[in-house]
Each structure stands twice: as structure tokens, then as C-alpha cells.
Ligand binder design. Structure first.
Ligand code: HEC
Ligand code: HEC
Length: 371
């Protein structure tokens, strides 16, 4: 019965999520950035600075300066260093069109137009870049700090998001898309999965996958902790749950055992040594840190179900984390641990020993005495 209701809720959420994506008016990052640029009077500033070049008699430039500098910002955030690359990217993306103020039916600037404007404004570039750098950091910090789920992590800086963005383009965009909205048949959308899922998948080396059809498994992470923090900051900038705060010392071991037996042991075995589930393997939990245990149960990677805060409270998950850490060094009160291989194989070991003993006894009794 309980399983039936969880399934129902998951489906409902999926439907809600899909319509949310369809309605979402744009990439949350560019939306915030646009709001900040507007607030800072970016267009007026650019137009003031560029006025003399327009009146030069060089001819009417095809791009207004505000659009041109937005294109440069896109190049920076998307990690694209050619005008042709920027033009292609913009033509393909709804949210970037929106950021530039182009409708779906309008054609976006091609690279020839972009480079013509660059030549025209060449002398200005230095001035504007310096001005951009000066208030750019505050603008971008505002854009990321206001994204839901990130606001409470004071440590997330604008430069971490920008660096994470650059890493993402190199290592993740083929499967998750340049705007993290996913690519059909390759990888899911990461909008709203949050820092929590990103930290779990990256710190356990599950991402990046080599092949989208491979099941994600624990591997040594290919990124340094600093790079992981940047990627996590970037994925987190789209909103979603932050990395959970876990303190096993606040949990209770007996309660943890009870909750683990109820929710986890069916797949991971009561001693957390792992087991086989339909279609995959529930791994042993001997390497997961306390934070990764809670990230896993809140995220529900691959075939594992997700547990909400209503199903498992902070106290429950602290207790579970405490139990998982404890189960690594169990005290074998009953005597011999037999490698902690789980109740069914352990039972078979008992039968095997009993069988050998029975045969021996039978042979002893049955032996003929020479009288
Ligand atoms: C070869 C394709 C591929 C590459 C490259 C890749 N991923 Fe994934 N990613 C996937 C697939 C497929 C899944 C779904 C796996 C599953 O079902 O658990 C996934 C899942 C995820 C999830 C979990 C999403 C959720 O719904 O909870 C995160 C977070 C993630 N990837 C981040 C990254 C990051 C960050 C990178 C770059 C460092 C990356 N991925 C690179 C294919 C890829
Ligand atoms: C339906 C079976 C199932 C249940 C129930 C389940 N898990 Fe899992 N769990 C899995 C599978 C399958 C994976 C591997 C997912 C992957 O590789 O992406 C996994 C992965 C994990 C990992 C990551 C291990 C690592 O070292 O990378 C942790 C931690 C974990 N589970 C903890 C839990 C906890 C705690 C519970 C109970 C609250 C639980 N699981 C319930 C099937 C399950």
C-alpha cells in the first residue's frame, strides 16, 4: 500500500515538473542576469559610450551596442571563444534569444554582423570591459545569489559559478545540454536537481559518464574538490536542494538500525554490505560518507527510491548515517562474523557445516566394529 502512494506522488511530480519546464520563460541564470543589467542601466551606459562611434559616418552598425555586449557576455559564460560559435549557439537557444530580446521568428545576428560591430566598436572595448569588470562581479553575484537553493550558501561565489559553467561546457554539455536542460537519449535535465544531486554524483565519481547507457557507479572522482565545488555551484545556480547538513552524532544508533531495516535493508542488506536488486546492484555502503548517505537517500540515484523530509526527518537521516558508519565495524556479539555476507548465505553456511557434521556422525555410527 505504502509503495503505491509513493509511486502516485512521483508520477504527479513528474507531470508537474514537465509542465513547469515547458512554461519556464528562460534560463534562470540569464533571467537574473538580465534583471540585474536592467537595474544597472546597462543599455543606457553602452549607448552613451558608443554614441560617437555611431555618428562617425562609418555607417550604421547592424547591432545595437547592448546586444553586442550581451553577445560577448554569452561567449564568456558559455565558454565560446569564436564569433561564429556564439552566433550558432544563440540561434539555437530560446533562453538566449530572450536574453538578447529577439523573438522566435526573428533571425539572430550572424557572425559577419558580430565581427563588423566589433571592428566598429574596437576602440571602445577596453573602456567597457573595465567598466563591466568593475560592476560585473556585483551584477553576476546578484544573479547567482538570488537563485533559489543557493541563497543560503554564503560560500558560493560568482566566480565559482562562472568557472563551473566553463567545466560544465567541456565535460557535461554533450549529455546534459549547454543550458543543462538535458539532451534526449543522452542525459536528463539538471534544472532543479540542486547542489545536493550534483555533489553526490560528482563526489562519488558517478559523473561524468562515458556512455549514457552505462549505469552510474562509484569511481574515483576525476575532478579535484575545488572543481567539484565550482560545478556544484553552477548546477546549484538553477535552484533545487542544497548539500544537506548531516551530523551523525545527533542521531541515535538503535533508531538508525530500525529505520535502515525498514527502508534500506531490502536492497543494501541489514549490514549495508550491498545486494542485488532487479536490474542492478545496490552497492555496499562501506565508502559513502555521512553526507553522501543522506544525499543518496534524498536524491534517489538510478534505481534507488527517493525519501522526502516527510518520510525521513532530519533525526531519522542522522540516525541512518550513524548506523551506516557503525555497520562498517560491527561488533560480532554472536561470535563468528562469516564475512558479514548476509542472513541467507549465512544460513547456507550453517546448513553446510551441519551437513558435513551429520555425514561424519553418520559414518562414525555406521562404522563396523571388528569383533
Ligand atoms: C555520457 C553522458 C553523460 C555525461 C558526459 C555526463 N552525464 Fe550526468 N547523467 C547522465 C545520465 C544518463 C544520467 C541519469 C543517470 C541515472 O539514471 O541515475 C545523469 C545524471 C546526472 C545527475 C543526476 C540528475 C538527477 O536527476 O538527480 C547529475 C547531477 C549529473 N548527471 C551531473 C553531471 C555533471 C556535472 C557532468 C559533467 C561533469 C555530467 N553529469 C556528465 C549522462 C551524462
Ligand atoms: C530499491 C532498492 C534500494 C533501496 C530501498 C535503497 N537503495 Fe540505496 N542504492 C540502490 C541502488 C541500485 C544504488 C546504486 C545507484 C547508483 O549507482 O547510481 C544505491 C546507492 C546508494 C548509495 C551510494 C553508495 C556509494 O558508495 O556510492 C547510498 C549511500 C545508499 N544507496 C544509501 C541508501 C539508504 C541510506 C537507503 C535507505 C534510506 C537506501 N539506500 C535504500 C538501491 C536501493
Amino acid at each position: 500500500m505504502a509503495m503505491g502512494t509513493r509511486k502516485g506522488r512521483e508520477r504527479q511530480e513528474e507531470i508537474w515538473y514537465r509542465s513547469e519546464v515547458a512554461e519556464a520563460p528562460g534560463h534562470p541564470f540569464y533571467r537574473k542576469l538580465e534583471a540585474k543589467l536592467k537595474e544597472a542601466g546597462f543599455d543606457r551606459f553602452c549607448e552613451e559610450e558608443c554614441k560617437r562611434y555611431y555618428a562617425d559616418g562609418v555607417g550604421r552598425p547592424s547591432l545595437v551596442p547592448g546586444v553586442y555586449f550581451r553577445l560577448m557576455l554569452i561567449g564568456f559564460f558559455e565558454g565560446i571563444d569564436s564569433e561564429r560559435g556564439i552566433a550558432w549557439r544563440v540561434a539555437d537557444s530560446l533562453s538566449l534569444r530572450q536574453f538578447l530580446g529577439y523573438g522566435i521568428d526573428e533571425s539572430t545576428p550572424d557572425h559577419v554582423t558580430i565581427s563588423r560591430t566589433r571592428r566598429l566598436l574596437a576602440r571602445l572595448l577596453g573602456v567597457v570591459s573595465i567598466a563591466l569588470l568593475a560592476y560585473g562581479t556585483t551584477v553576476i553575484a546578484g544573479a547567482t545569489a538570488q537563485a533559489p537553493g543557493v541563497a543560503d550558501q554564503a560560500t558560493v561565489s560568482a566566480s565559482a559559478v562562472a568557472q563551473g559553467r566553463a567545466l560544465f561546457v567541456q565535460a557535461c554539455a554533450t549529455c546534459h545540454g549547454f543550458d543543462a536542460r538535458g539532451v534526449p537519449g543522452m542525459g536528463p535535465s539538471l534544472i532543479g536537481v540542486g547542489a545536493q544531486a550534483a555533489d553526490f554524483y560528482l563526489s562519488t565519481g558517478r559523473m561524468p559518464l562515458n556512455n549514457p547507457r552505462d549505469p552510474p557507479v562509484r569511481n574515483p572522482p576525476i575532478f579535484s574538490r575545488g572543481q567539484i565545488n565550482d560545478l556544484v555551484a553552477y548546477v546549484g545556480s538553477f535552484g533545487g536542494p542544497p548539500i544537506p547538513v548531516v551530523d551523525p552524532a545527533r542521531g541515535n544508533l538503535a533508531h538508525g538500525l530500525q529505520q535502515f531495516a525498514l527502508h534500506c535493508a531490502g536492497c543494501h542488506q541489514i549490514d549495508a554490505a550491498g545486494g542485488i536488486v532487479t536490474g542492478g546492484i545496490a552497492p555496499p555502503l562501506d565508502q559513502a560518507t555521512a553526507v553522501q548517505v543522506v544525499e543518496a537517500l534524498r536524491t534517489g540515484p538510478f534505481l534507488m527510491p527517493r525519501f522526502t523530509a516527510q518520510e525521513l526527518s532530519a533525526y531519522d537521516v542522522n540516525s541512518i548515517a550513524r548506523y551506516v558508519l557503525f555497520a562498517r565495524h560491527p561488533v560480532d556479539r554472536g561470535g563468528w562474523g562469516i564475512g558479514h555476507i548476509g542472513p541467507v548465505p549465512e544460513g547456507m553456511v550453517a546448513w553446510f557445516i551441519a551437513f558435513v557434521a551429520l555425514v561424519l556422525v553418520a559414518r562414525l555410527i555406521g562404522e563396523r566394529s571388528e569383533v
